[in-house]
Design a protein around this ligand. Structure first.
Ligand code: 3H9
Length: 704
């Protein structure tokens, strides 16, 4: 309990010369109202106390502060605001030292920039990640950081949103020292030195030297931002960040700060930021199981085993190695193993060539990946992940072997994307240790990890899978056992509609253009060509299902990029899809053969049919309790399938559009096409009748 209020305390040290203001608002010192008013009161006392010669502002080991309290955005503002506190710091007549440990992010970093000195513990992370919430640093960050780090570095830090380590921050001029040793005592010693030196106060707002290069060369900002803006894929926040930094260069400090505040308010009210803030919390919710008993702890994972050195197995192995976890890949024959390991090495070499990986780092990672053809190596894994061909018999056979060899208590996971994990678990004597860990291709890049809870999976196994996901930089979401789980099950609805649109009158490039315009990085047909059309063709043949156009293309040997033609054609050595009159001919003929009367289909209809049927399936998934919350589905589509972040995921998007409108359009398309899956789901009907959205649904347990 603090002595100023519940989250702030004030201590007098060194005979009263040093006032230490401590922030303790668990878990990460978000700057909510209590913390802000506590700080205002503590600063007021320190200012009034004549004995005080210097002030230290300090947080906890975990966080100096993770910034403004995101859950307060969109609610009425309560004074004092963060800018008021930073103004108080800035105007103090005695030196204020920010002592940064753990995370100093967003408003937390801005608080520190408002102080006269900044010192950090080794390993502290300092940054302005607001752009990832669709915002910009709105409490002076865009004005002060360029004054300390220079415009180029500031553009990089603010527009990427990626934090820097304390050592880098020192190099950039953002902080004054990295203190090793007991942090609090060292910070006090630093304050003593500041008092002894009695130098005039150095306010960041008054520093101008580092702005000079950008003042002399107005294009410098644009050059620094160019690449980062391309990565921002048209979102408004990255552009606004650049505009605010431009204001730091071209306007006096106070004017620049006004410009920053205006841009911040615009972003705060934008639909994109609302969506991105929704995702911030959704990501964290997706791993919370309402029925998880208290005290369940994940097991420690020191070594992983991956079975299968195909594209998936190799990518999964890389995911472990990338985060320092030793991993064994098991293959049945040496040639396949060598091919798999070569592919892994090639992927790393591409990363080096692109400049995203340092050469020694590749060596370190490759050294963590060890291949073998000896199945007995299964015994080494704390987690064993099977990534072989999608065939139930094969997987069951493997799991019998894994059960025989794996160490007691090891987590046993299948990377299946479609098969019933409960049936796989049933062949072992330890179904409680078995679950699905569904990675997305390319597994070393895609962040989504669907964790499939089978009927007997234990809570400990689930907690361990979630912890592994976090350990290797993934975004885990727990789902139930059903065909295609959550992501692929919804994707299948879109695929059906895409094919229907071709039969009814659209062409692949019309559909892809509408999906691109919606914000996806790729349309379904270009995506199909990239993945290879033969994969789905083979699965359909095995299941006795048909897809009129895709089947005809495959029969003609058009498997996509790998054969130089699919829904599009490709020039030799190029990955650029080129519309192909040959495909148009095939489509028109197939439509006619099947008795369709082709019509012009507008972009609006295409967009609706590429999104609403997925939302409908999402509603069925919730009805069947295959997902715990609507927001989990959003997380899956954002991180696994490239749903545009600015639209917050399919279920969030549905709530923004209004469920009644979606229900009506689905009912219309169901009637017009006769397609049964377009019929509005019962849950959708119920929510419309009750005038509610998906966000109003309470969290539920996964049905097992
Ligand atoms: C800002 O500062 C705007 C200003 O420029 C201008 C204002 C005028 N607020 O991630 P974790 C919660 S915008 C509210 O699991 P980790 C989080 O939801 C802000 N809550 O831990 C979770 O709750 P729960 C700019 C927050 O160790 C719990 O804390 N700042 C906030 O893996 C633990 O979080 C950012 O964007 C917050 N600011 O990672 C930083 N931060 O336990 C956002 C966290 O109920 N935060 N929570 O699920 C992060 O990036 C990570 O949380 C952090 C810790 C790296 C700090």
């Amino acid at each position: 309990m603090g002595n100023i209020n519940a989250v702030v305390h004030l201590e007098h040290l060194e005979g009263g010369q040093i006032a230490l203001i401590g922030m303790d608002n668990p878990p990460v010192n978000a700057l909510g109202h209590a913390l802000r008013s506590g700080l205002a009161a503590a600063l007021g006392q320190a200012r009034a106390d004549r004995a005080v010669k210097a002030v230290i502002l300090i947080g906890t080991e975990r966080a100096f502060s993770a910034g403004a309290d995101i859950s307060e955005f969109g609610k009425p503002r309560q004074a004092p605001g963060l800018i008021d506190i930073i103004d108080l710091l800035d105007a103090m007549e005695k030196p204020v030292i920010a002592a940064l440990s753990g995370q100093a992010l967003g408003g937390g970093c801005e608080l520190a920039l408002g102080c006269h000195y900044r010192v950090a513990a080794p390993g502290a992370r300092i940054g302005l990640p607001e752009v990832k919430l669709g915002l910009l640093p709105g409490a002076g960050g865009t004005q002060r950081l360029p004054r300390l780090a220079g415009v180029e570095r500031a553009v990089h830090i603010i527009v990427s949103g990626d934090p820097v380590a304390a050592e880098q921050a020192l190099h950039d001029g953002i902080i004054d020292a990295v203190l090793s040793g007991p942090f609090r005592a060292e910070a006090v010693a630093f304050a003593r030195r500041v008092i002894a030196a009695a130098k005039p106060l150095r306010r960041v707002r008054d520093i101008d030297e580092k702005l000079a290069p950008a003042k002399a060369d107005p294009k410098l900002i644009d050059r620094a931002a160019e690449k980062l803006l391309r990565r921002g894929r048209g979102l408004p926040a990255p552009k606004a960040c650049v505009e605010a930094i431009r204001a730091a260069v071209s306007l006096p400090f106070d004017e620049g700060q006004k410009r920053e505040a205006a841009l911040f308010m615009e972003l705060l009210n934008s639909p994109e930021s609302k969506a991105q803030r929704h995702l911030f919390f959704a990501e964290r919710e997706a791993v919370k199981l309402p029925d998880m008993p208290g005290g369940v702890k994940p097991k420690r994972i020191a070594r992983a085993v991956v079975i299968g050195a195909g594209t998936m197995g190799g990518g999964i192995a890389m995911s472990f190695a990338n985060f320092g976890v030793p991993v064994r890949i098991i293959e049945t024959d040496r040639a396949a193993l060598t091919r798999g390991l070569d592919r892994v090495a090639e992927n790393y070499r591409i990363a080096i060539a692109r400049g995203s990986l340092a050469a020694p780092e590749m060596e370190r990672r490759m050294a963590l990946i060890e291949g073998t053809v000896d199945f007995a190596a299964v015994a080494e894994g704390d987690v064993v992940i099977e990534a072989v061909f999608e065939e139930m018999d094969l997987k069951q056979k493997l799991f019998r072997e894994i059960d025989r060899l794996a160490k007691p208590g090891a987590l046993l996971a299948s990377n299946t994307s479609t098969l019933d994990v409960t049936k796989i678990a049933a062949v072992t004597k330890r179904p409680e240790d078995v679950l699905g860990m569904h990675f997305f291709s390319p597994a070393n890049v895609m962040r989504l990890l669907e964790i499939v809870r089978a009927s007997k999976t234990s809570f400990e196994a689930l907690a361990t899978a979630i912890a592994i996901g976090k350990q290797i930089g993934k975004i885990p979401a727990v789902v139930g056992v059903c065909d295609g789980f959550v992501g692929n099950r919804m994707l299948a609805r879109r695929t059906t509609q895409a094919e229907m649109l071709l039969l009814e009158g659209a062409l692949p490039w019309d559909v892809d253009a509408a999906v691109l315009a919606f914000g996806f990085p790729m349309g379904p047909f270009a995506m199909g060509d990239l993945a290879g059309l033969d994969v789905g063709w083979r699965i359909r043949k095995a299941r006795g299902v048909k897809a009129a156009i895709s089947d005809v293309l495959c029969e003609a040997g058009r498997f996509g990029q790998k054969t130089g033609s699919g829904y599009y054609r490709y020039e030799a050595g190029s990955r650029t899809p080129v519309p192909d009159p040959e495909v148009e001919k095939i489509i028109v003929e197939t439509s006619a053969r099947l008795g369709f009367k082709r019509r012009t289909i507008g972009a609006e209809e295409i967009t609706e049919r590429m999104t609403y049927p997925m939302i409908n399936e999402g509603a069925r998934i919730l009805e069947e309790r295959m997902a715990m919350r609507a927001s989990d589905i959003d997380v899956i589509w954002i991180y696994g399938y490239g749903w545009p972040v600015g639209r917050g995921g399919p279920m969030f998007y549905a709530d923004q559009i209004g469920l009644a409108a979606i229900r009506d359009r689905l009912a219309h398309y169901a009637q017009a096409t006769g397609e049964a899956t377009l019929k509005p789901a019962a849950l959708l009907e119920k929510l419309v009748a009750e005038n509610r959205g998906f966000a109003s649904l309470p969290v539920q347990t996964i049905a097992t």
